[in-house]
Design a protein around this ligand. Structure first.
Ligand code: XUL
Ligand code: CO
Length: 438
């Protein structure tokens, strides 16, 4: 069988002396960083959807631009098998430890729910065999509960209970298949869990049904003994105008409202942070602060056009800060760095998929090394802790512990004639410090 990636060998680490774009200059998988190998710290994954399902279609083209041979195969099973061959060939040549999929990525939908279920379970045997043969593992699985027209008004938030039930049934299968394949996480991205206009929407009801769906999923996870982490992927808009899982802080509030803050964590995507008006590192630091940091969908958006362009990361300063806050929070447990990223629709050659991923893996590896320096040096962390040092005093500690009333604080201020002297935030100094690491 000829490979779609004929002529491309397994990508190897060649170091900084190399100018080979099909080699790693920074990603040295066995190099020790902060007590683990780079491979263990970064836990790279390739996603099925952008590289093997998308055909380069956009709303202004009649058809896709990629002409991938497996897209021409009409039979659903044959197409799925051909696609899996190419996908695992790619994972192996790129030498990534993990991959991710939606159910509909690995095999198309059947005509009935029974048929879809059968197709997915049959395909799971193929994937299990491929995982065994290659050693590539599943970082996470997810159900595509947003592409089919039945989901146009949401899945867990649909006004029609039948759609809610359909989504629940679909998620059950994908959760179980993920469990069977040893998936380390299960992701929920609520693409259509939002609304277009309030005049046809019952916000309260949608929140209730969505909260119930999440609880059903968590209950089922425990019932089947799935030890992986359930993750919600926040995104503020596109496709919905008002999306419920807006950002990390909003998701935390929702989880808390439904008693799920200890059960579900977040999968944070760079481009989604941008769309929410946040930096990537803001979202990561927020998740660490609330103890819901799960996994990362690594990509970048376009600061000019404001769409979810899902480009490969290429900014070292931005990515270094993302890893700095991730590593400060202890790094990944079950999560990983999934490239939810696609080559541009004019990058039509098979080799372009490698250029995208290899470059991005190097950006991440180099950023991890910068994060390591920042952590070992400790200057930034010390500047922050110094800034808050007045909170170490007894009265401040008692205040945080709930032992002090408003009247106590008032007495303290009035008795001592407290007159706080403002101190500099030193932003420019710290920005200069950051640049020294980069
Ligand atoms: C959409 C997105 C999804 C999720 C999985 O913007 O990021 O691909 O990662 O459904
Ligand atoms: Co994503």
């Amino acid at each position: 069988m000829t490979s779609y990636f004929e002529g491309i060998d397994k990508i190897k680490y060649e170091g900084l002396k190399s100018d080979n774009q099909l080699a790693f200059r920074w990603y040295d998988k066995n190099k020790q960083v902060l007590g683990k190998s780079m491979a263990e710290q970064l836990r790279f994954a390739v996603c099925y959807w952008h590289s093997f399902c998308w055909n380069g279609f956009d709303p202004f083209g009649y058809d896709g631009t990629f002409t991938r041979p497996w897209h021409k195969i009409a039979d659903v099973k044959e197409q799925a098998l051909a696609k899996a061959d190419v996908a695992f060939d790619f994972f192996t040549k790129l030498d990534v430890p993990f991959y991710c999929f939606h159910d509909r990525d690995v095999i198309g939908e059947g005509k009935t729910p029974q048929e879809s279920k059968k197709l997915l379970w049959e395909m799971s045997d193929v994937l299990a065999k491929k995982q065994q043969d290659t050693g590539v593992k599943l970082l996470w699985g997810t159900a595509n509960a947003f592409s089919n027209r039945r989901y146009m008004s949401g899945a867990g938030t649909n006004p029609d209970f039948e759609v809610f039930a359909f989504a629940a049934a679909q998620i059950r299968e994908v959760l179980e298949v993920t469990h069977k394949l040893g998936g380390e996480n299960y992701v929920l991205w609520g693409g259509r869990e939002g609304y277009e206009t309030l005049i046809n929407t019952d916000l309260k009801k949608e929140g209730q049904s969505f909260g119930r769906l999440l609880n059903l999923i968590v209950e089922h996870k425990h019932k089947i003994g799935f030890k992986g982490t359930i993750l919600i992927e926040p995104k503020p808009r596109e496709p919905s105008k008002h999306q419920y899982d807006f950002d990390v802080q909003t998701v935390y509030g929702f989880l808390k409202a439904h008693g799920l803050e200890k059960e579900i964590k977040v999968n944070i995507e760079g481009n989604h942070a941008t769309l929410a008006g946040h930096t990537f590192e803001h979202e990561i630091a927020m998740a660490v602060a609330y103890d819901i940091m799960g996994s990362i969908d690594m990509n970048r958006g376009d600061y000019q056009c404001g769409w979810d362009t899902d480009q490969f990361p290429n900014s070292i300063p931005d990515t270094a800060l993302a890893y700095y806050y991730l590593m400060q929070g202890g790094g990944y447990t079950t999560g990983g760095t999934n490239f939810d990223a696609k080559v541009r629709r004019q990058s039509i050659d098979p080799v372009d998929m490698f250029y995208g991923h290899v470059g991005a893996m190097d950006v991440c590896a180099r950023s991890l090394l910068i994060a390591e320096q920042m952590i070992n040096d400790g200057k930034l962390a010390k500047a922050v802790s110094d800034r808050y040092s007045s909170w170490n005093g007894q009265l401040a500690q008692d205040t945080l512990a709930g032992k002090v009333s408003l009247a106590d604080l008032s007495k303290y201020v009035l008795d001592k004639n407290v007159d706080p002297a403002p101190t500099s935030g030193r932003q420019e100094y710290l920005e200069n410090l950051l640049n020294q690491y980069i």
